[in-house]
Unconditional design. Sequence first.
Length: 477
Amino acid sequence: MTETITLAHMVGGARREGAAAFEQANPANADDFMVIGPEADAALVADAADTARAAQAKLIAAGVEARSDALALIARRLVVEKNRLALLIARETGKTLADAGGEVLRASRIFDFFAGETLRIVGERYDSTRPGLMVEMMKEPVGVVGLITPWNFPIAIPAWKIAPAIAFGNGVVWKPSEVSSATADALMAIISETALPPGAVNMVLGAGAAGRAIVAERGVDAVSFTGSVAVGAGVRAGAAGRGARVQLEMGGVNGFIVAADADLDIAADAVLNGAFFATGQRCTATSRIIVENAVADAFVALLAKKAAALVIGDPRDAKTQIGPLAGKRFKEKVSAQSRAAEARLDTLFGGSGVDLGACFFAPTLFDGAKADDPLVNEEVFGPVAGVYRVADWDEAIASLNASKFGLSAGAATRSLAQVEDFKRRAKAGMRMVNLPTAGVDYHAPFGGVGDSSYGPREQGRAAGAFYTTTTTTYIRP
């Protein structure tokens, strides 16, 4: 029998029911699990923004220690609930149990990190250029922030937006993806168990219409969005057009260079992880494998051997390494992109012709891609990558930088000189040496260049730049 979960919005600590507007089934087995939820309209979003502003005043009045304690409690509860939440994530989005459990722990670490940052909000005081005066600089909350989060990291990305928002004293209106709303509801329940004022964090559900309502709502002072380039462009235009602060993370078509001197085993493991783990549904996934000709055949053969050993199956099975894509529409899109590439390139393994059933898609690798191939500027949100054969290191760097994106870039090499050159010339916000392009620490800044990102960095201490505003006070004693 299919388990059905019916969700409601959460505004001011109370459920707000609504007509069913979206559904999400278990992408590995549609008969197992179904989530049904409503769509927030502009009136509900406005109410949530007003509620968040009223709660923000109470949040600030309670003091920094109360906020720190609340964030620390969320962190502890996530650890306790790890297994339950991991299973929910696996059933709702298709993420493997190992990945989902690791993500829950990462979210816990994020809340814990910002529990500490709450107590480290500092300003500066210095002499004015005018004798006898003092100048004070303080960091103050922006106000009410609208947070629009994706489904591929259904608990970690909400954590790295909600935690700093609260740490720095803001009210929150949060819209999770309709694909991962049951996970969002579970996180919201944990947040509600703290002593945060009801309404400090409000959750409005839905798809595009709910997101557009947040962007347009004048009661929302800043909007942080993670998702596609196309939607991000609309968020930027809508929010900035009314004077709201904007932060965008919009993915990438990330390149990984395999130099002629690379340890091929390390390089193949890094590419295997970056391109195919998490079913390729990571904005930091490796899409472009740029290999020097001298080692290209050996590298491709080794990667194919490692890929053939991957275990594809139900994400709830502890042995599974690759689960399904998150839904039918995602499989249809990846299949269409794969078919288009098959018409241009050689298929080394996988491809649209391999039918694994349900929402599964086989790890796929193409060969013969060139710098102007559509794969350079088209994000394929699935386990699909292309091999770009180049003559030497300089051509590899040029190929790496040919994309309009610049989120994460990788290089496998034994040469310290090439590492330093890669650091200088790679057009990417994050650079990985002998490591997968995917995989970042929670205490370090996250973000890219080009079409990948817009606005201040996320995560770590850098997050304060978006969630605070600087005030300057001049004092005559």
